[in-house]
Design a protein around this ligand. Structure first.
Ligand code: NAD
Ligand code: TYD
Length: 344
């Protein structure tokens, strides 16, 4: 049967990557209609979709992917689900794993049941490179085993296992994407890049875990979501696809580059107690994805420059998110911070 995906349920579409996917799809595909289902946790906001407020092809519903009746009601009118909804921050998963089990595993099950019942054409699960665990040498291939080491990556791996099971047991046409560390506009200021940019702009110390040598492959959000779209329309059901740039950048390099772009002194770098179970390296092999016609458009240096510009221009957006609740989380998470690490 030819693929005819016109109506898509985007769960978690008010978050960082989900909202970028919605913006990009509505811009590049005139025939698509998107329903966003989002619980609006601390990480999600309708503000992230504000520029689409008058677009009649977009419908927003506030609700939980763990609620079967809400999900069923929306799933009956769409051709596919793209699931971005998740608790997504490793450090928070170390403080409160329960919320991760609920959304990232149980929530995925609720969505899979609805996709199966309504015979959807595709179910795409947005997963992460973190499911492979700490990769000392070489690059992870899609056929490698999963070895998650944090409650976050374990629950993402659990969600993936259910997706694979629904493909094998029920023939659901599923896809899994394993994206690298993503950065860009509208990212909640808890992940390294937006935290370091906004701390630098506030003249606050940049907390670097351990000696700052852990590396990540930083992928601009526009490149990540164009990869997801490629895989949704061109990927082989039942498969998983890595999405990454192939470059490796350490924590110290991230801090140095941001301080330079913000014209702030290197003395703002502050080394703190290491994250427990820190995965010191992720690295993906993307040879399976390339033949679908995807490649990253933005180099890290350019992507970071435009991202810093965005945070400079959108101070009200990130200041609202650095609320009292945020600083409470911050104090609980970081050990060994100097007295001047949080605002008065
Ligand atoms: P995010 O935390 O910014 O957004 C998550 C969104 O999901 C928020 O809008 C939140 O309100 C919503 N949500 C949470 N629980 C929900 C629930 N129970 N029901 C409905 N909505 C709920 O996360 P993000 O960085 O945009 O990540 C999106 C997806 O991409 C996640 O699945 C994450 O695991 C994956 N991913 C993220 C990265 C990264 O670097 N940020 C990299 C690879 C993969
Ligand atoms: P993060 O953005 O939390 O993503 P990941 O899910 O990959 O852990 O962290 C990226 C890297 O940056 C990781 O090696 C941990 C490091 N890091 C710091 O050094 N300081 C910080 O405050 C944060 C949030 C991360």
């Amino acid at each position: 049967m030819a693929l005819h995906i016109r109506r898509v349920l985007v769960t978690g579409g008010a978050g960082f990557i989900g909202s970028a996917f919605v913006r990009q799809r509505l811009k590049s595909d005139q025939e698509i209609a998107i329903t966003v289902l989002d619980k609006l946790t601390y990480a999600g906001s309708e503000e992230n979709l504000a520029e689409l407020r008058d677009d009649r092809r977009l419908r927003f519903v506030k609700g939980d992917i763990c609620d079967p009746s809400t999900v069923d009601e929306l799933a009956k009118d769409v051709d596919a689900i793209v699931n971005f909804a998740a608790e997504s921050h490793v450090d928070r998963s170390l403080l409160d794993p329960g919320a991760f089990v609920q959304t990232d595993v149980y929530g995925t099950y609720v969505l899979l049941e609805a996709a199966r019942k309504h015979r959807h054409q595709r179910f795409l699960q947005v997963s992460t490179d973190e499911v492979y665990g700490y990769v000392k040498d070489g690059r992870s291939k899609e056929s490698d085993g999963l070895a998650p080491r944090s409650p976050y990556s374990a629950t993402k791996a659990g969600g993936e296992m259910l997706v694979q099971a629904y493909h094998a047991s029920f023939g659901l046409p599923t896809l899994i994407t394993r994206g690298a560390n993503t950065y860009g506009p509208y990212q909640f200021p808890e992940k390294i890049i937006p935290l370091f940019i906004t701390n630098a702009l506030q003249n606050l110390p940049l907390p670097i875990y351990g000696n700052g040598s852990a590396v990540r492959d930083y992928l601009h959000v526009d490149d990540h979501v164009s990869g997801i779209a490629r895989i949704l329309w061109k990927g082989e059901p039942g498969g998983a696809y890595n999405i990454a740039t192939g470059t490796e950048v350490s924590g110290v390099e991230v801090a140095d580059t941001i301080l330079k772009l913000c014209q702030k002194p290197s003395s703002l770098k502050h080394f703190v107690k290491d994250r427990p179970g820190h995965d010191y390296r992720y690295a993906l092999d993307t040879r399976k994805l390339r033949p679908l016609g995807w490649e990253p458009a933005l180099r890290f240096a350019d992507g970071l420059r435009v991202t810093v510009e965005w945070y400079k221009r959108n101070e009200a957006w990130w200041r609202t998110r650095k609320s009292e609740d945020f600083w409470q989380y911050y104090r609980a998470n970081y050990k060994g911070l100097p007295a001047n690490a949080v605002p008065d």
